[in-house]
Design a protein around this ligand. Structure first.
Ligand code: MTE
Ligand code: MO
Length: 406
């Protein structure tokens, strides 16, 4: 399938696509000034997103869902959050796309074309939960810098591709391999080609799991451009920042990968809990691995008004990083008492799980319905904010919706 260039040229009736070299005074353009003809006013159309999605940033593009948009068992593209650290690749030629496996710990470097990857290795399909490490950041106080995600930076689409393990076995890796790191084709915001916006990775044990894919399809189609077309790494259950988009290189490392956003406070939390606002030295920050247990009430939408005596059904999804969700409960009295929800098993490991319950309200008035998941290790979601951390990661506090019974 041929993709058109990402930068959609605005259609100014009379003229066809303008390119940079057409601009007579281009050398006089103020820094960071985007000529009208290159401005794209509608990221919802550009990325095929539902207009109810929430745009958080345009440089880079970041967009989140609202809880009620995430009600589908399998997240469709139109409701999938977008998290970019840099500039989406502006033109992609899938027919010439290659993936190189290199690094200290490969026996020899090897490069595959897209069609070689597809024909040489068996294809696998899994539904995988991808949640941004910063999902829920907006609630932390003191606030952390970064996108003000509320609850919608999570998705669970169906990804198809080849196992990273099969590819690494074909390449041959040395026994000193400890980590893999991805490299993508997106541009740094400065447009400096020597800088990468992000290059993260996972320990080799996670890389070798059945469900860790080099994916080339999402929900039965080519991966949408903004989500990593034509090739992305998908490692469910971990902060989605490890699932590299537009990947053209994977390095097998003999040490913890030291790419962009692996160090400092990026995707790291204090190894020991700290007081809100406390300064934490880099050496006391630990890399986030499995995401914590969490759930979301996706139906109905917060703000529901119902008549007393009607059956009130709630439903949603729960997930628990590397683990399974074992129990799901709800509360209508601010967590004083909890009642059970029905909970499905995941369709496969690392996929979110559906829960449902019927809620009875004792009398008319305002309520909040809270939902709480417990994982297979017995860990529960906190009712209020979990431990503060400098970058505002891992907020897995109970989700709640407002209901008025009339
Ligand atoms: N190449 C590349 N891969 C990337 C990113 C990026 O900016 N560039 N962002 C990461 C982060 S922080 C997240 S949360 C997920 C978001 O994936 P999505 O936009 O497909 O939802 O992609 C990850 N992979
Ligand atoms: Mo992220």
């Amino acid at each position: 399938m041929k993709r058109r260039n990402f930068v959609k040229k605005a259609s100014f009736g009379g003229f066809s696509a303008i390119v940079l070299s057409d601009i007579v005074f281009k050398d006089l353009l103020p820094k960071d000034y985007v000529p009208l003809t290159f401005q794209n006013p509608d990221p919802f159309k550009m990325f095929h997103k539902d207009p109810e999605m929430v745009l958080l940033n345009d440089k880079p593009w970041n967009m989140e869902a609202r809880a009620h948009l995430l009600n589908d068992a399998i997240t469709p593209n139109k409701y999938m959050f977008i998290r970019n650290n840099g500039i989406v690749p502006e033109s992609i030629d899938a027919s010439n796309w290659t993936l190189t496996i290199d690094g200290e710990s490969v026996k020899q470097e090897k490069t595959y074309t897209l069609s070689e990857l597809k024909s040489k290795f068996k294809s696998h399909t899994y539904q995988l939960t991808l949640e941004c490490g910063g999902n829920g950041r907006s609630e932390f106080d003191p606030p952390a810098k970064g996108n003000e995600w509320t609850v919608g930076a999570v998705s669970c689409a169906k990804w198809a591709g080849v196992r990273l393990r099969d590819v690494l076995e074909d390449v041959g890796i040395k026994s000193n391999a400890v980590y893999i790191g991805y490299h993508g084709a997106d541009l740094h915001l400065s447009r400096n080609p020597n800088l990468q916006p992000i290059s993260r990775g996972v320990p080799i044990t996670k890389a070798l799991q059945d469900e860790t894919l080099i994916a080339y399809a999402m929900n039965g189609e080519d991966i949408p451009l903004v989500h990593g077309y034509p090739l992305r790494l998908v490692a469910g259950g971990w902060p989605a920042s490890v699932s590299g988009k537009w990947i053209n290189r994977i390095s097998v490392r003999n040490k913890i990968h030291d790419g962009e956003k692996m160090g400092g406070s990026s995707y790291r939390v204090p190894c020991e809990t700290v007081a809100p606002g406390e300064k934490v030295e880099d050496e006391n920050m630990c890399i986030i691995e499995s995401m914590p247990v969490k759930s979301l009430i996706t139906s109905p939408k917060s703000g529901a008004v119902i008549e007393i005596g009607t059956n009130f059904r709630i439903a949603g999804h729960a997930w628990a990083g590397e683990f399974e969700v074992q129990k799901m409960e709800f509360s209508i009295d601010f967590g004083s008492s909890w009642q059970p929800c029905s909970l499905k098993r995941p369709v496969n490991r690392l996929a979110w799980q559906r829960f449902e319950a019927t809620v009875n309200f004792p009398k008319k008035g305002y309520y909040e319905v809270w939902a709480r998941a417990t994982d297979s290790e017995g860990k529960k979601q906190p009712m209020v904010l979990p431990g503060w951390n400098p970058k505002g990661y891992l907020n897995n506090a109970c989700h709640r919706i407002a209901v008025k019974v009339v």
